[in-house]
Design a protein around this ligand. Structure first.
Ligand SMILES: C[S@@+](CC[C@H](N)C(=O)[O-])C[C@H]1O[C@@H](n2cnc3c(N)ncnc32)[C@H](O)[C@@H]1O
Length: 326
């Protein structure tokens, strides 16, 4: 592809593909979906409330105030919905996740199914699942601000969906046992007692229903790097290996279909949003973007790089609620 381009066009292409973040200063970034979009927003005042030590159900490491504060500080405009058809490295991660979801729902009549996202604040996923698979969608989150944004995104995309502002440890009775699919991105790693959090989420599932959850992999190099760059952010997470994540699902009474590391590298899971917006901040996020996209270029065009405990940014798990379980 590059052989046909002149030097100027190549420089422009490299700038756009590798270095230019998807946002301008003051607008949200929306690089990828594996990690919550919230990781990339924030006002950068550097004074975001720190994870609380108060004991919440499941041993929540972050706490309700932390998230409400986070969403209130998150800049508008709202992020665009995910579009797996968009080409380019910027959208590589979305396309990789889309491939995984295509596998997951192959052979299922998803147009007659209901899906709920736990931790749905400002969700860019709900329109994706409604548009691409025909799911009837709903979301649950306890941040009022985050729920308001999820509703606005659905409205903007012309999707009907129900957003419940509630704690998933106290699910509204009409939601119990109602859903065919539960999804969550970047939620359960905030709970010290992982199985307790998963058990609470699984109450939303019908018997035989499936759960997809995705967390950052902080057991390898990225965890150490996150700790170095912002220890408080690191401490809002419980680092879980693939084995520990799978074990927590089993403890919660779920049957594992697949639990694995995902993608070879993505430095964009590293969160420096509490840093002041200075040269170091911009240099750090731009170099994270450039390194990630360079690796994705190789992964996309030459050879599929290994997904592994040390460098993979995500761990995902697909599990099922046994048919006999109410
Ligand atoms: C990391 S964010 C994920 C947001 C969104 N899924 C995304 O990817 O941008 C975690 C979300 O989980 C929500 N959350 C955490 N604990 C919760 C609970 N017990 N009940 C409901 N929502 C909760 C928080 O309010 C927060 O919005």
């Amino acid at each position: 592809m590059y052989a046909r381009l002149g030097p100027n066009a190549i420089v422009t292409r490299v700038w756009h593909e590798l270095l230019r973040p998807e946002h301008k200063v003051g607008a949200p970034r929306q690089f990828w979906i594996g990690i919550p979009t919230c990781y990339h927003f924030g006002r950068g005042d550097g004074d975001l409330s720190e994870p609380t030590n108060v004991e919440y159900p499941g041993g929540d490491q972050a706490g309700a105030e932390f998230w409400e504060d986070w969403w209130q500080r998150t800049r508008l405009p709202l992020p665009p919905a995910l579009d797996p058809q968009r080409p380019g490295l910027k959208n590589y991660e979305v396309r990789r996740f889309h491939q995984a979801f295509e596998q997951l729902f192959k052979g299922y009549d998803t147009s007659s199914m209901e899906l709920v996202e736990v931790g749905c604040a400002q969700s860019v996923y709900l329109p994706y699942f409604a548009k691409n698979y025909g799911f009837k969608v709903a979301g649950i989150d306890r941040s009022e601000t985050g729920c308001g944004r999820a509703r606005k995104i659905l409205e903007r995309e012309g999707i009907k969906g129900e957003i419940y502002c509630a704690d998933f440890f106290a699910i509204p009775p009409e939601l119990v046992g109602r859903f065919d699919v539960v999804i969550s991105f970047g939620v359960i790693e905030h709970f010290k007692r992982t199985a307790e959090a998963l058990r609470a989420m699984a109450k939303l599932l019908k018997p035989g229903g499936r759960m997809f959850d995705d967390i950052p992999n902080f057991t390898g190099v990225l965890g150490r790097y996150q700790k170095l760059l912002d220890r408080h952010m690191y401490e809002a997470h419980v680092p879980l290996s693939r084995e520990k994540l799978a074990a927590a699902h089993r403890e919660a009474g779920l049957e594992i279909e697949v639990c694995d590391y995902f993608m070879p590298v993505c430095l964009e899971v590293i969160n420096v949003e509490r840093w002041p917006r200075n040269l170091l901040y911009w240099f750090t996020i731009r170099s994270h973007t450039a390194i990630s996209r360079a690796v994705w270029f190789v992964d996309d065009h030459f050879v599929r790089l290994p997904q592994n405990r040390w460098t993979s940014p995500f761990i995902y798990c697909v599990s099922r609620k046994p048919l006999h379980q109410a």
